[in-house]
Structures are given as C-alpha cells and as structure tokens.
Design a protein around this ligand. Structure first.
Ligand code: NAD
Length: 363
C-alpha cells in the first residue's frame, strides 16, 4: 500500500517528536511491505516567520492532496502579541476546518508500567482505557456572534454556543461506530439541565442510538462526569461530547494516565485525517532533546488504524510502545525517582527496537 502523508513539524518540540514518529513509521512500513511518500511543510510560527501566514497555501494544498497529515505542535511566545489571525494557533484551527475533521478522538490509556506516574492510586487507575470523542468544528469555539463590545470599564464579551442537528448526528454516529468496535458502551456528556444546546444534543444522540441497539447508551452532566472520571475512571469506555466539554475532559483524562507527552489524537470525518499529539509546543523544553515522543508515535498508530485501516500495523506500534515502557525506557516527564531519563531520540530508538522485534511475527 502507498501511504501519502504530509508532515507538519511546526514549532517548539514539534519537529523533535515528529522526527521520531516518522522513523517508527518507516520501520513499520518496511516490516509490513508498505511504501511511504512524505512531504514536509510549514505551519504555525515556523510558517509565520517565512511567509507571515500560519497556514500558507502550499501547506494547505499539500495536506488536501495527501491521505493523512501528521502534525507536531504549533505555538511560540514570539507571536504572543500578534493579532488573532497571525498567531500560530490560527493556522491549526484553519487547517482543521479546511480538512473538515469534525471528530476528534482522544484515547486515554493507562500503561501498567507507568503506575507510579498517575496522580491517582494504582488500584483506581489500573485498567483505564477511555476513548473521548469530541466534536471539533462547532459549539462555543466557533459560534457567531462573538465579540468584546463597549468601552473600557463597561465592556461586554459575547460567545455563542450553537449546534445544528446535523452536526450532532454526524459526531454521534462516529462515536456509536467506535463503541461497536469496543465494549458497546457509550456515555454522552452534556449539560442538559441548563443549556438548550445540550437538550438538543441529548435528544439527537438518543435518536441516533436507536440505530445501534447493541450499544448501551448513557447520559451524564459534564460536572458529574468530571468527578466520576477521577473517582472511577475504569467505568468509562467511549465518551461522546461537544467541543468545549471534550477539550476539558480529554485533558483531565490524559492527566490520569501520567503525562501529556503520552497522549495521541486523531481528527477525522473529512477526506484527510489529521493526527497529532495532544500536547503543545512546550517552549520550556524545546531544543533540549528531552521531549517525550510517545504521543506523536501513538498518533501515527492512530493514523494507520483510522485512515489506512491497517490494524495489525497500528497494534504493532502500540505494543512496541508498551514494551519499551515495560523495559524501563523513560523520558524525563515519566522517569519519576526510580528511572534514569532517556533523550527523545533514545526513546524513539527503544520503540524502533521493539517494532523490529515485534513486527516479523505479526507481519
Ligand atoms: P504544552 O502542552 O506545550 O506544555 C505543557 C507542559 O507539558 C509543559 O511543562 C511542557 O514542557 C510539558 N510537555 C508538553 N509536551 C511534552 C512532551 N512531549 N514531553 C515532555 N513534556 C511535555 O502547553 P502550553 O505550555 O500551555 O502551551 C505552549 C504552546 O503550545 C502555546 O503556544 C500553546 O498555544 C501551544 N499549544 C499548541 C497545541 C497544538 O499544537 N495542538 C496544543 C496545546 C498548546
């Protein structure tokens, strides 16, 4: 199979972690007999520096012409005082919209080797395997009107939460389809006791659920879901929610399993999938060679599964990550007091080694 991928390393630690993810992808492609076609393009601060545009036209064209996009991270303090449309993050928001990726999948999986990294007691977090399905292109992050009006001292800020039935239905179907492949359990999270958007959300999700009678559907208010997530994380499986609630809950779920550096994401629903680690550009550690590349590497596994439908290859990467961790490979963020921290390339190398030993049996 020919895998056409655009790589957008971006800013800060983005290039460091995507480099490792690409090396792992090469190794899996070799082992399973696939051909890779890569193009590197600029986004975010790196693109602003050269073209004053956080998403230059040739970057967008390359993304639209490929099957999948791997992104590192965007963001740099250099551009903190730029107007909104000239900030690195504007490039990423525009890319998501242009690719039409309305479904953001964020797994939070607990690795047994990392028991000492979770802020929760091992007996509570052990076995956690949550898939958060977050609506990515609607809700209060995009709704109009939005503004800050009036004169200083008496200004009013306005944001609008807006959802159409079609937007709710399409994300609900993604979540139900995923639930069918997992434990057939779906929790829809809303705030239907207060928000009209949530009442419509609950009604539409319930209606879509009638097409999936095998899936056990539950509903929960977001505040109570946040509490349960830290009390009984193992009870969650697929969680479906709107944009802002999903943004917050998925970071919380990520926090439970150890480090932001471990978390992968897939944004799908349009013709081209976008895969990126959940973390940002981490300016505080950029250039030091200590960033955890596992979020980026696991994002590549999600790419193989969700865009290319290469389940064995995806599992090969996930098993390799698990194996590297259980053999003691640790970047600084997950080293704790008992392990010596490895560098970013060393961690990538440990995963590569595990791919090479694990792949032949499965290929
Ligand atoms: P961040 O995720 O960059 O960093 C938060 C903390 O986690 C930092 O202490 C950082 O060192 C650590 N960290 C993050 N990734 C790590 C990794 N792979 N390995 C080890 N440690 C890691 O979030 P922030 O500091 O709030 O934001 C920094 C910049 O990134 C900002 O400009 C922000 O807008 C941007 N950002 C971009 C994305 C994205 O590209 N998708 C997401 C979030 C933030």
């Amino acid at each position: 199979m020919l895998l056409k991928i655009t790589v957008l390393p971006g800013d800060g630690i983005g290039p460091e972690v995507t480099e490792q993810a690409v090396l792992v992808l090469h190794s899996v492609a070799d082992a399973f007999g696939h051909r890779l076609q890569f193009q590197d393009k600029l986004i975010g601060g790196a693109a602003l520096t050269t073209s004053n545009d956080p998403l230059p036209p040739d970057t967008l064209q390359a993304c639209l012409a490929s099957s999948a996009v791997l992104l590192g991270a965007v963001g740099s303090p250099v551009f903190d005082h730029n107007p909104g449309h000239l900030r690195p993050e504007a490039g990423l928001l525009r890319l998501r919209r242009e690719l039409g990726v309305f479904a953001n999948l964020r797994p939070a999986v607990f690795f047994p080797a990392l028991e000492d990294c979770s802020p929760l007691r091992a007996e509570i977090v052990r076995g956690t395997d949550i898939m958060i399905v977050r609506e990515l292109l609607g809700g209060v992050y995009f709704g109009q009107p939005r503004s800050i009006e009036g004169s200083p001292g008496s200004r009013v800020a306005i944001n609008t939460m807006r959802y159409g039935e079609d937007e709710i239905e399409r994300i609900a179907r993604v979540a139900f389809d995923l639930a069918m492949k997992r434990k057939r359990k779906l929790l829809s999270v809303d705030k239907a006791n207060v928000l009209e958007c949530s009442r419509l959300w609950r009604e539409v999700v319930t209606r879509v659920g009638k097409d999936y009678p095998e899936v056990k559907l539950g509903h929960q208010y977001v505040d109570s879901a946040a509490t349960l997530l830290v009390q009984r994380p193992t009870e969650f499986d697929v969680v479906l929610t709107e944009n802002m609630f999903g943004d917050i809950l998925s970071d919380q779920a990520g926090g439970l399993v150890g480090s932001l550096g471990l978390l992968a994401s897939a944004s799908i629903g349009g013709p081209v999938g976008l895969y990126e680690p959940v973390h940002g550009s981490a300016p505080d550690i950029a250039g030091k060679g200590i960033a955890n590349p596992l979020g980026a590497i696991l994002s590549v596994a999600m790419m193989l599964r969700h865009t290319f439908h290469l389940e064995q290859e995806a599992a090969c990467i996930e098993n390799a990550v698990s194996s590297a961790l259980s053999h003691g490979a640790r970047t600084a963020d997950i080293a704790g007091k008992t392990h010596t921290a490895t560098s970013t390339p060393e961690m990538g190398g440990r995963v590569l080694e595990a791919v090479r030993t694990g792949a032949p049996a499965s290929a």
